[in-house]
Design a binder for this molecule. Structure first.
Ligand code: UFG
Length: 354
């Protein structure tokens, strides 16, 4: 079992990955600024995994800090070295993730996502920690030429957020070419949704949500009047957009497999799609949600959203071949787990305690 640093570990994907890694026996150092996350998520991680107050520092050490601050990062590696409990790998979730916001604040996105990642890689290099898993995104494919999307598809991002993710992938490729000791996996997520089945952790967007699942949940619980379906004239079977939704627990398990794979390697550079290989239209998601809650979701078809594409579906063959990983959960699991989280935490972590 290994000691792993998780940046952004209190966030949506980070917190679910912490659960899966702890359950698999790894010890974690979780580093988070809480700019877009809550420390309550980590208390809930301990609750789900049954970590007692005595075990807490051994199994999950929690550190508040920012990847923009190099001395924060240096402190972590220095302390781990002094304790002779060196960090064997880093899973890097920390970063800004809203496409819309990235168009308005590109400098903040380049600074956090690119400079912050460079700070982390420089610190890792100076402590000879050379195993790295990066949160990349299917957004780097832009408007792909063929569906399902294979990893060799042209990288052609169409917004600043995607540009920062594609740039980090280039940095990682340069790094692996410069020094064969690096073992790197860049994981390109499709549309992560759902929640831990306990309903204790889930997605808690800052401010108004932009993504489909949180919005459908808000309409279902009555916090929002209506879902606006962006476009009813797409070239798809029911004329609404198709996406490859992936349950966050499947995604978390993908990280565990990638980590265990890199821990066995001496040299590696992987770029892998993490998706289900299945597409669901917006109206199919609405229908699955209605089936889950037993009530109608109020929606109306409006104009297309700028920047959307008709269809995005992963070809997940490589992840299956290399990691032996594939998704297990269905769209109904995604809806029912989202709903369990939403109903148990109508205001996200804001009114929660432990
Ligand atoms: N949609 C609506 N109404 C809404 C919100 C979304 O109809 O109110 C539709 C969108 O048009 C799209 C689908 O629901 O067809 C999914 O939209 P999301 O905003 O949930 O997700 P995107 O596919 O636009 O993007 C997401 C993440 C990105 C990530 C990308 C990876 O937001 O960060 O998946 O493919 F890069």
């Amino acid at each position: 079992m290994a000691r792993i640093l998780i940046t952004g570990g209190a966030g949506f994907i980070g917190s679910h990955t912490c659960v899966v890694l702890i359950e698999a026996g790894h010890d974690l150092l979780v580093f988070d600024s809480y700019i877009n996350s809550s420390p309550i998520a980590l208390k809930r991680v301990c609750k789900i995994t049954g970590i007692s107050a005595i075990e807490v520092n051994q199994r999950i050490q929690i550190i508040k800090g920012d990847i923009s601050n190099k001395s924060n990062l240096d402190e972590i590696f220095k302390k781990a070295k002094e304790e002779k409990r060196e960090i064997q790998a880093v899973i890097h979730f920390a970063g800004l993730k809203s496409v819309n916001e990235s168009i308005k604040r590109p400098l903040a996105y380049w600074d956090t996502n690119v400079n912050g990642t460079a700070n982390l890689l420089l610190t890792m290099e100076s402590y000879e920690c050379k195993r790295f898993i990066f949160s990349s995104s299917a957004t780097i494919y832009g408007k792909p030429k063929s569906i399902p999307i294979v990893e060799t598809e042209k990288i052609n991002p169409i917004n600043p957020y995607g540009n920062t993710k594609a740039t980090v992938e280039k940095i990682l490729l340069d790094l692996s070419r410069s020094d064969a000791e690096w073992c790197i996996a860049s994981l390109r997520y499709f549309n992560p949704v759902g929640a831990h089945p306990s309903g204790l952790i889930g997605e808690d967007p800052n401010g108004e949500p932009n993504n489909l699942f949180p919005i459908v949940s808000k309409v279902a619980i009555g916090h929002k009047d209506i879902l606006e379906v962006f476009g009813g004239d797409w070239p798809t079977k029911d004329k609404t957009c198709i996406r490859d939704y992936i349950h966050v627990m499947d995604l978390a398990e993908g990280h565990l497999e990638a980590l265990n794979y890199l821990l066995r390697k001496k040299s590696e550079f992987l770029t892998l799609n993490l998706g289900s290989g299945k597409g669901h239209s917006v109206l199919e998601v609405v229908k699955s949600f209605e089936d889950t809650i037993g009530e109608k979701i109020n929606y109306k078809i409006v104009g297309r959203r700028p920047g959307d594409t008709a269809k995005t579906i992963a070809d997940p063959t490589q992840a299956k071949k290399i990691l032996g990983w594939e998704t297990r959960r269905t769209i109904l699991d995604m809806c029912s787990d989202s709903w369990a989280w939403q109903t148990a935490n109508p205001n996200g972590y804001k009114t929660g305690t432990t």
